[in-house]
Design a protein around this ligand. Structure first.
Ligand code: HEM
Ligand code: HEM
Length: 184
């Protein structure tokens, strides 16, 4: 099995980065949404800690994925009846997802720093907040973080629906290209 992409599917590392990103984004979003309902104390604290670690993993996977794209470029898009307009929409959709995968964690870090809290780095070390606690700024950044996180989930859901439509309606290889050869 080749480690590089070929015209028929994404390379195994690209697939791994994609599906691990899906798990981390879903986990971070669920913990973000239920966070305030967790019992106060060590359980809520653990929830926030895991939320931040998953968010950091999203950024790490994003960097690995972009670096890997230069080594093993993505296979060309499957031709569809929507022609170049369809290709443009797909590329803009992917670009929006990439932008949100960076913007959500960055604004999350700003939210944390304006709470006066340190950013834990995978539990190995931490970066202290450069600012003192500021309730209003924290609230504003939290609102932006929440809005961007929900936007990411909506765009990702539309993206997943498009992948499923490619498979069941257009009956092309778009979804299979993002899956290991065993799903052939
Ligand atoms: C390094 C990355 C991240 C950091 C530092 C971070 C930080 C935070 C902080 C400090 C809060 C507010 C918690 C509170 O005081 O109630 C929060 C809430 C939240 N986060 Fe993140 N986050 C990160 C990544 C993510 C990601 C990747 C997602 C999902 C796509 C996400 C989704 C949410 C949601 C939905 C909330 C709830 C907002 C609310 O209740 O108003 N976060 N995050
Ligand atoms: C949080 C959820 C998701 C995120 C953040 C995400 C992100 C991305 C990104 C950025 C790409 C572009 C890859 C590249 O060319 O570099 C991509 C491709 C792809 N994704 Fe997702 N994805 C998510 C969920 C899903 C789900 C649930 C499915 C399947 C149902 C899916 C199926 C695909 C497929 C088939 C491609 C390849 C598209 C093509 O070749 O044009 N994704 N995804």
């Amino acid at each position: 099995m080749s480690i590089a992409s070929n015209p028929s599917r994404y390379s195994p590392p690209s697939q791994l980065f994609h599906w691990l990103t899906v798990l981390c984004v879903a986990g971070a979003w669920i913990l973000g949404v239920v966070g305030d309902d967790l019992p106060k104390g060590s359980i809520r604290h653990m929830g926030e800690f895991v939320h931040v670690i998953l968010g950091e993993l999203v950024v790490l996977l994003l960097v690995l994925r972009i670096v890997w794209r230069f080594i093993a470029p993505a296979p060309p898009l499957e031709p569809t009846r929507f022609g170049t307009a369809g290709e443009l929409a797909t590329k803009l959709g992917h670009l929006a997802i990439y932008g949100l995968l960076l913007a959500v964690p960055v604004v999350g870090v700003l939210t944390l720093f304006h709470s006066g809290e340190a950013l834990p780095l995978f539990g190995l070390s931490e970066i202290s907040s450069p600012w003192v606690k500021n309730r209003e700024l924290k609230h504003s950044y939290k609102e932006i973080h929440e809005f961007l996180a929900h936007t990411l989930m909506i765009v990702a859901a539309l993206h997943a629906a498009a992948a499923i439509a490619h498979h069941h309606v257009l009956k092309d290889r778009t979804l299979k290209r993002m899956l290991p050869a065993v799903f052939e």
